[in-house]
Structures are given as structure tokens and as C-alpha cells.
Design a protein around this ligand. Sequence first.
Ligand code: HEM
Length: 164
Amino acid sequence: MALEHAIIIWIHLICSAIWVGGSLFIALVFAPILKTMAPTVEERLQIMIKVGRRFNKIAVPALLILIATGIWNSQQILNKPELLFGTTYGTVLVIKILLVVGLLGSFALHVRIIRKDVEEKIMRKELTQVQIMRLRRKIIIVGEVTVVLSVLVLLLAAILNVGI
Ligand code: HEM
């Protein structure tokens, strides 16, 4: 039904706005401002971890709903391998799905780097300056990869939408 389809696409779009918009906000607005406000790297990391944990409460459900609604959107074509691998639309969709798998991998790594025990050490200020800097570098690199993959997924969504 057309209305049902529209509602599923709407939910897909809202979740996409939450996931991609929220990640871009943290990377492009919150992080640079935090840099000018918190005096030490350790304090910045503490604040960023708190923000990340709070954001994840809506971002993770949004990502899961994106995958569920995405699969629903493509159920017709996913059931037909000849269309999935034999048409440009299908190929773009496969690339989009692979990017989402990569995105899940980089996000999982991002979460793993800031495990509970690591977080507790940061909060209790038990890490040395060198450990803090190394951890910060890792978090930034994996975080950037996650954001770039999210933006690339949107490009693929745009290509699907134009129907090239
Ligand atoms: C981070 C994850 C994702 C993001 C940010 C995202 C974003 C978007 C956006 C913005 C659209 C445009 C809606 C439109 O105008 O039609 C879209 C459409 C779509 N998405 Fe996703 N999506 C994600 C994951 C997925 C997954 C995992 C699948 C498939 C398993 C999927 C399948 C589709 C399909 C089939 C469309 C309709 C394209 C068309 O217009 O023909 N998406 N997505």
C-alpha cells in the first residue's frame, strides 16, 4: 500500500536524520566548541564520553530501525538475486548494504575502545597522559571513519532515489 510505504520511508528518513545529523553535530559543532571550553584533554574526553553515551541511547535504536526499515524497503529486490546483481539499482543497493556493514563494524569498534573499564579509568583519572592521548587518537580516527561511512551511505541513498 502506498501510504504504508510512505510511512516506512518517513521512519527511515527520521532515523537517518537522527543518526547522521547527530553524528555530524557532535563532530562539527560540539567537538570544536568543547576544545575551547574544557581545559584538559582528560576532561574533554570525560565530557565527550558522557555525550556519546547519551547520544547512543537514541542513535543505536535509530540505526537498528534504519536497518529494519531499509530491509523492508528493499524486500522485493532482495528476494530476486537476478535484479539485485543484474541491475544498476541492485548493485547500488548492494554497495549501500556493504557500507552499512562497514559502518556497523566501525561503530562496534568505537564502542569497544570506550569499554566500561576504560571509561571508569578515565573518570577516576587513572590513565597517564600518554595513554589518554593514544586513546583519544584512536577514538577520533574510528569516529571519523563512522561519520564518513554514514555520509557515503546517504550518497548511495540519493543515487537509489534518482534511479540511475
Ligand atoms: C545508516 C544507515 C542508512 C541510512 C543513513 C539510510 C538513508 C536513506 C535515505 C536518506 C533514503 C532516502 C529516502 C528516499 O528518498 O527514498 C534511503 C532510502 C532507501 N534505503 Fe536507506 N539508509 C540506511 C540503511 C539502509 C539499509 C541497511 C537498507 C537495505 C537493507 C536501505 C535501503 C533503502 C532503500 C531500498 C531506499 C529507497 C531508495 C529508493 O528511493 O528507491 N537503507 N535511505
